[in-house]
Write a protein that binds this ligand. Structure first.
Ligand SMILES: *Cc1c(COP(=O)(O)O)cnc(C)c1O
Length: 354
């Protein structure tokens, strides 16, 4: 039986993407060769890379606006470092909304003092700070659009006169935003786009070239841009599978279409959390994430019963992160509404048992 996969990452991918990518492992485009045993410089793979880069910009509505897309390695965690290396000259402002923001700040601090414009750390990051100032003499402002671990999400972004950098690892391609507000967007593939191994970086080219330091080649966005994301061997399987997911999303109707489905899933999920007296939501309501719903049992004694019921219903990946506890339902793009309905049924069934 196929499970209902609520895994926070690596996460669920569309079934047709899994089928096509596994076929390409055996025989890529009827070439008699596997996708992973051909040269990355061969035309069939260069086409994959170019298609993936173009699809990313098209879906974000950033074509022809001075942006370029890269598929790099090292995960979003390497971007914490690369952003600072490429952009930080004197000082930068960071919004600290969770574990991933804090890790981004830690890496940037290797280069200079970082100014935390605001933080919700003392509330264990259960809300998104608002109404902070971003000094306009800073090199850039960095934020995290969706806090995967705590289940909060930025619903709006500040108007910023300095470059805005955003870690969108866990909600990219999930909702409509004016993506042209951002100068650098990065996202590890494994939350909403593909298998682990590649990281999408979307860059407005004119923000680069303003720091005085020497940047090692692999860390230099300009080097990767000048080589069309092929400076060294790219993670071919991860890029190919990401391309398939982006094509799947485009065929579905793009971000507006998936946002409607994601909205529905989140509404079904949160209304059960609110209505069922056995459960309590973690994040404050106005900042709740459409991607990761975090909640706990009011009475921990029911944990064993609930966990058994989840297992029997074929529900996978619902355990909360250790820094929050309880449960986390990750509802990324490829998760069907039906899976959320199954989960919600189990939750209400627990109420009749308790
Ligand atoms: C998972 C995650 C990361 C870390 O990604 P890696 O690819 O494992 O380095 C960073 N930021 C956010 C928001 C995440 O959800």
């Amino acid at each position: 039986m196929k499970k209902h996969n609520f895994s926070a990452g690596p996460c669920i991918l569309p079934n047709e993407v899994l089928i096509k990518s596994s076929e390409a492992i055996l025989d890529f485009n009827n070439s008699g060769l596997s996708l992973i045993e051909i040269s990355h410089r061969s035309k069939p793979f260069v086409d994959v890379m170019e298609n993936a880069r173009a699809l990313a910009l098209e879906l974000l509505g950033l074509e022809g606006k001075g942006y370029k897309a890269l598929f790099l390695q090292g995960g979003a965690s390497t971007q914490f470092l690369m952003v600072a290396l490429n952009m930080l000259e004197k000082r930068a402002g960071y919004l600290n909304t969770g574990t991933w923001s804090a890790k981004a700040i830690k890496e940037a601090k290797i280069f200079d003092d970082i100014y935390e414009v605001a933080t919700s750390e003392s509330a264990n990051y259960n809300y998104i700070p608002k109404g902070y100032d971003i000094p306009n003499e800073y090199d850039y402002f960095h934020c995290t659009s969706n806090n995967t671990i705590f289940g909060t999400q930025m619903k709006s972004f500040p108007d910023c006169s300095i470059p805005m950098v955003c870690d969108m690892s866990s909600d990219i391609f999930s909702r409509q935003l004016d993506f042209s507000k951002f100068d650098i967007i990065y996202a590890g593939a494994q939350k909403n786009m593909g298998p682990a191994g590649t990281t999408l970086v979307v860059i407005k080219e004119d923000v680069l070239g303003k720091v005085s330091r020497k940047i090692p080649s692999m860390m230099d966005y300009k080097v990767h841009l000048s080589k069309s994301s092929m400076f060294n061997t790219p993670p071919v399987f991860s890029v190919y599978t990401s391309m398939l997911t982006l094509q799947w999303l485009k065929d579905l109707g793009g971000i507006p279409a998936i946002e409607e489905i994601n909205d529905k899933k989140a509404r079904v999920m949160y209304s059960e959390i609110d209505i069922n007296p056995l459960f309590k939501g973690f994040a404050v309501k106005e900042d709740r994430s459409m991607m990761n719903a975090t909640f706990t049992l009011v009475n921990e004694d029911l944990k064993e019963t609930f966990d058994t019921m989840l297992k029997e219903a074929g529900i996978n990946g619902l355990n909360g992160h250790r820094s929050v506890g309880g449960y986390r339902a990750s509802m990324y793009n490829a998760l069907p509404l039906d899976s959320v309905k199954v989960l919600v049924e189990v939750m209400s069934e627990l109420e009749t048992k308790a």
